[in-house]
Design a protein around this ligand. Structure first.
Ligand SMILES: [Zn+2]
Ligand SMILES: [Zn+2]
Length: 327
């Protein structure tokens, strides 16, 4: 069956700042993973971004916050942000880098932020009407696996080592039950009834129950097979700024296992392994090793060191030796 319509792409060239976009038009969610320079991102998309997941706040991953903010002004909206401490403080400092008088006439823009901090998820809120003061809303024990979840998808995470803690992410769009449009129109169901019928099929606990149509009872299994199908989900992972250590590799493989697409950094050529481990980054062969171990279907690499400006093909070639489905 066709995969859900989830569009995903890197904003920049492989030598430039990291930022991955996931667009889910059908539910109106527009997600960014990292906020490197995003000036090349279509403004109409920037305006729609409503969730941002940050790996860490090194400048090349967070400088785009200003550009996001600039394009958010003028329209009432809440942008949800996720990441790891000190994201809340860094966001606050960025917001306080500007003067916010006259904001009483501005539409209300709010940043709602959730950060991992020492085993807890802390919640913060920054409201333009309060000149983006930092409001601490509370904390709860951190779920060890998932940082965000709604009806359609979830985002899992792992805390990885980059000499500072960074977040690795897996976006998992769930399997969905859909009705077969052609068959369903033969049923004498209308409007609200179709919704109820779908809800009945969606709930696996109904498997031994029946559904009545026009006074006749039908089994769950029969109706499910005849009138619905499962749209398989998709898993897209995003890993960057990590050192090649046993612990990191184990956590990453565990997180990104079986991904349809793994977006992963490949900062250095394999010959520069020593330099890579000094600055807590991966080399081509290390990235390929992770992709292979995790059994991902496709690998997309980025965050190439600028020292290899003319060697893009060489970098890709090195990875291809170990993991052919790479771009
Ligand atoms: Zn980086
Ligand atoms: Zn970094």
């Amino acid at each position: 069956m066709a995969k859900p319509r989830v569009k995903h792409y890197l904003v920049n060239d492989k030598f430039e700042d990291p930022a991955l976009v996931i667009e889910i038009d059908s539910i109106g969610d527009y997600i960014l993973f990292d906020l490197g320079n995003i000036r090349k991102l279509d403004r109409s998309v920037i305006k729609k971004i409503n969730k941002v997941f940050i790996t860490h706040t090194h400048m090349d991953h967070f400088i785009g916050f200003d550009h996001l903010l600039r394009n958010k002004l003028g329209k009432e909206q809440t942008v949800e942000m996720f990441g790891i401490s000190p994201l809340a403080e860094n966001t606050y400092c960025k917001l306080q880098g500007y003067t916010w008088n006259l904001v009483e006439f501005e539409p209300q823009i709010v940043f709602s932020l959730k950060q991992h901090n020492g085993g807890y998820f802390e919640s913060y809120r920054y409201d333009i009407k309060k000149r983006f003061e930092k409001e601490f809303l509370g904390k709860t024990k951190a779920d060890p696996k998932t940082v965000y979840e709604n009806k359609y998808y979830k985002v899992d995470y792992a805390i990885l080592d980059h000499k500072i803690p960074v977040m690795g992410y897996s976006f998992v769009y769930k399997d969905r039950l859909l009705l077969k449009k052609d068959s369903i129109k033969d049923l004498p169901l209308e409007g609200k009834e179709i919704g109820e019928f779908k809800q009945f099929l969606e709930n696996k606990e109904n498997k031994d129950r029946t559904f009545t149509i026009d006074g006749k009872e039908y089994s769950y299994q029969y109706l499910k097979e005849r009138y619905s199908y499962i749209q398989e989900g998709i898993k897209i992972s995003y890993i960057t700024d990590v050192v090649f250590s046993e612990e990191n590799v184990e956590k990453i493989v565990n997180l990104v296992k079986g991904s349809d697409v793994l977006y992963c950094e490949a900062v250095f050529l394999s010959e520069d392994k020593e330099q890579a481990s000094k600055v807590y980054h991966l080399t081509t062969d290390q990235t390929a090793y992770i992709a292979k171990e995790a059994g991902v279907k496709k690998l997309v690499v980025f965050h190439f060191s600028r020292r290899y400006a003319n060697q893009k093909e060489k970098i890709l070639q090195e990875i291809k030796q170990y993991f052919p489905n790479v771009e």
